[in-house]
Design a protein around this ligand. Structure first.
Ligand SMILES: *[C@@H]1O[C@H](CO)[C@@H](O)[C@H](O)[C@H]1NC(C)=O
Ligand SMILES: *[C@@H]1O[C@H](CO)[C@@H](O)[C@H](O)[C@H]1NC(C)=O
Ligand SMILES: *[C@@H]1O[C@H](CO)[C@@H](O)[C@H](O)[C@H]1NC(C)=O
Ligand SMILES: *[C@@H]1O[C@H](CO)[C@@H](O)[C@H](O)[C@H]1NC(C)=O
Length: 188
């Protein structure tokens, strides 16, 4: 009897540990505004997540990219339409302005020493906004039409400092140079 209940207890602890760990996944995330995304992926580096809705009729995709960050850092998410990795990527960057408001804008990354100033991307991006809460920054945007298909090479990044409202260089080793991958907005 005692042994059986102990076994049941162990089993329940096991189950609750499992549920706790699965509670970390992106599918459980609720956004502060009433935004809902049907698909998401927990990215393997930088405590980052991408959520999206692909709209077949317009070939556009609504995205939310969120990553753990302090109030003095920055986050960025990019599509690289011409290769993989940083150079050539078409990014959206977000950080807190020195006056405390959220700043977010598109910026093309043409070298390993980019200006990080606002600039036009090689594809259409609209409805850009950002939020900061609970030690997490989030970028919202609508990308497309996806003229080259729904499978994209993406790159994501976080950096620790912003100076004069310009995001400064991120770490150049470990997860910060591994944070890229391929994503199909149609199949997940
Ligand atoms: C998290 O999501 C999974 C399925 O996606 C669900 O089974 C689980 O109950 C959720 N956990 C919480 C805490 O909402
Ligand atoms: C903060 O600074 C930005 C950029 O200079 C400006 O666009 C924004 O209106 C300012 N916000 C506040 C609340 O002052
Ligand atoms: C499609 O490919 C062209 C040419 O490489 C590129 O300029 C454009 O940014 C790409 N569009 C998207 C949405 O990836
Ligand atoms: C972009 O924002 C406009 C204005 O708020 C809204 O009407 C439109 O539905 C948004 N587009 C998408 C694809 O979410």
């Amino acid at each position: 009897m005692a042994i059986t209940s102990r076994l049941i207890l162990l089993f329940l602890i096991h189950i609750s540990l499992f549920l706790n760990s699965s509670a970390q996944t992106c599918s459980n995330h609720t956004f502060s505004t009433n935004r809902v995304f049907s698909s998401c992926s927990d990215l393997p580096y930088l405590q980052a997540h991408i959520h999206w809705n692909y709209i077949p009729s317009t070939r556009r995709v609504q995205i939310a990219y969120r990553a753990t960050q302090t109030s003095t850092g920055w986050i960025a998410w990019a599509i690289n339409p011409t290769g993989t990795g940083m150079v050539g990527s078409q990014a959206i960057v977000a950080f807190l302005n020195s006056n405390g408001s959220t700043t977010v804008y598109p910026t093309p990354i043409s070298s390993y020493n980019p200006s990080m100033q606002p600039g036009a991307l090689s594809f259409k991006v609209s409805n850009i906004s950002a939020e900061y809460s609970d030690n997490e920054m989030t970028i919202f945007a609508v990308v497309g039409p996806l003229n080259n298909g729904t499978t994209i090479d993406h790159v994501w990044q976080t950096g620790n400092s912003v100076s004069n409202n310009i995001p400064q260089m991120h770490a150049t080793s470990g997860p910060n140079v591994q944070s890229m991958g391929r994503l199909d907005f149609l199949s997940g």
